[in-house]
Design a protein around this ligand. Structure first.
Ligand SMILES: *Cc1c(COP(=O)(O)O)cnc(C)c1O
Length: 487
């Protein structure tokens, strides 16, 4: 057994002692003779396995020299080598069970796409395709064509362009439409989204001069009016996404901004953040005021940008919809080439948009999860609870328990900041694990990781964000956790 890290003890280690322990480290040949090595060589390649083992031996040597390790138990080192190799055979980007109740969880990949969209992406990726080819005339086509018409039909836009994400969409638009000129933004909309996207910095990067108007909580039309100069190019409206000013608050309606912009020959651009394509009310969402892309365009915005993987429920992408001449200018700008999307994204986006066109948006996972009502969640919750209790009973754990409790879910992705969605969660208590944080960690480290929430020293498994088959993954994970604790 390795002895505990103990500085005083290591200080007592003489160089002779250290040399003796160094000689006890198992050799590379010895490690390579383990019967499991053949399988790892098959998966990782012989040279790789050898290199990884050499790195490990080097680390062990370092631990001995620094005094961190005071023995070289060969069985322990061999076991460590095998578990290290095992960790290299699993994919690094893995699927997980999202039991957080946050539907558009940015760290967990935002929206899962519809199975149909995923299939189109896979098929397109594994084959040649009409990515930039016209079957009609056998000549070169444009990759944007596959989705442009669909976006236009769904939003009422004249024209549309798709880039890598919404951040790219905003940068591209401001660069092309307002570089070296002024863009006017309300102080209430100078927001930061997810740390790396801050409107003032994005504007600086785009080379447009930010002109702030109004106050954080109130901005009037006359504020915009007064700020317009000969050098103004754009009036920019930004959806505050993850924050909301409540109380004494006013912003200028889009229609009024539009008429001001158009009277002065300016462009009204809106960064909508989440691209909602269908009415929030129709989805049963609390904030029915949330504008759709069509609302924004109809109110007179000339250019609207939004994400593909927020409320739209598609792949990561940034959609720019609006006036034909403006989109035309974006299309030919050299930066656009650097921001273009790949064929898998286009395929997934095309299918997602087609699902909307046929009015079948409930088969888009994000929309389906957001629309779930309490009775449905309660029924699914009870089902999961029964399965979990059955597992706990069969494993004869004396102290572990589970119960279903009301919980607050969230849309996430900066959508609907103040509308917490009422939901349910299974509260899991495994006292053997030694605390809720430890239980959550063990669930996270399972072969099929389950991401739970720790709240008030409870581990919560939210029902809303569970996908088909997750019940089984959760019960297997709990079994795995209890097995690990018994060892
Ligand atoms: C999320 C968001 C962005 C960034 O979108 P990405 O697709 O993540 O690049 C930009 N603006 C607003 C208002 C947002 O909500």
């Amino acid at each position: 057994m390795p002895q505990q890290n103990n500085n005083r003890k290591s200080d007592l280690m003489t160089p002779d002692n250290k040399n003796k322990i160094l000689r006890e480290i198992p050799s590379m040949d010895r490690l390579l003779r383990a019967p499991q090595i053949a399988e790892y060589e098959k998966q990782l390649g012989h040279a790789n396995v050898k290199a990884l083992l050499a790195e490990l031996l080097c680390t062990v040597r370092g631990e001995i020299l620094s005094g961190e390790r005071t023995s070289a138990d060969s069985g322990e080192i061999a076991a460590r080598a095998l578990s290290m190799l095992a960790s290299h055979t699993v994919q690094d980007l893995r699927t997980v069970v999202n039991a957080t109740g946050v539907v558009l969880h940015t760290n967990l990949g935002r929206s899962p796409i519809a199975a149909e969209a995923a299939k189109h992406a896979c098929d397109t990726a594994a084959s040649y395709s009409t990515l930039e080819y016209s079957l009609e005339n056998g000549r070169r086509g444009s990759r944007n064509d596959h989705v442009e018409r669909l976006i236009c039909r769904l939003t009422g836009a004249e024209s549309a362009l798709v880039v890598n994400n919404n951040a790219a969409a905003v940068i591209l638009c401001l660069t092309v439409l307002a570089k070296d000129r002024e863009s006017i933004v309300s102080r209430g909309e100078l927001v930061e989204i997810g740390g790396s996207f801050r409107i003032p910095e994005i504007m600086e990067l785009s080379g447009t001069k930010l002109v702030e108007v109004g106050a954080t909580n109130r901005t009037h039309l006359r504020d915009y009016e007064r700020a317009i100069t000969d050098n103004t190019a754009v009036l920019l409206k930004v959806h505050p996404s993850n924050y909301r000013v409540v109380g004494f608050h006013s912003e200028v309606p889009r229609e009024e901004l539009a008429s001001l912009a158009h009277r002065c020959g300016l462009i009204l651009m809106e960064d909508l953040g989440s691209g909602l394509l269908v009415d929030a009310g129709r989805l049963g969402l609390l904030d029915t005021e949330y504008p759709t892309v069509a609302d924004s365009l109809k109110a007179g915005c000339n250019i609207v940008t939004f994400s593909g993987d927020k409320l739209l429920g598609g792949p990561q992408a940034g959609v720019i919809a609006g006036r034909k001449d403006l989109i035309g200018r974006l299309r030919t700008y050299p930066l656009t080439r650097a921001l273009r999307v790949g064929k898998m994204t286009l395929a997934a986006l095309e299918t997602t948009l087609r699902i909307y066109l046929r009015g079948d948006e409930l088969s888009i996972p994000a929309i389906e999860m957001l629309s779930k009502r309490e009775p449905e969640l309660l029924a699914s919750g009870r089902k999961l609870l029964r399965k979990i209790r059955k597992v706990l009973k069969s494993l004869q754990t004396q102290r572990a328990s589970a119960e279903l409790i009301p919980a607050k879910d969230a849309a996430g992705g900066g959508a609907f900041p103040q509308s917490e969605l009422p939901g349910f969660a299974v509260a899991l208590d495994i006292p053997e694990a030694g605390g809720a944080g430890k239980t959550a960690e063990l669930l996270r480290r399972c072969p099929e990781p389950v991401i739970a929430v720790v709240s008030d020293d409870m581990v919560l498994l939210h029902i809303r964000t569970l996908r088909p088959g997750d019940d089984v993954r959760i019960t297997s994970a709990i079994t795995h956790v209890l097995d690990t604790l018994r060892k």
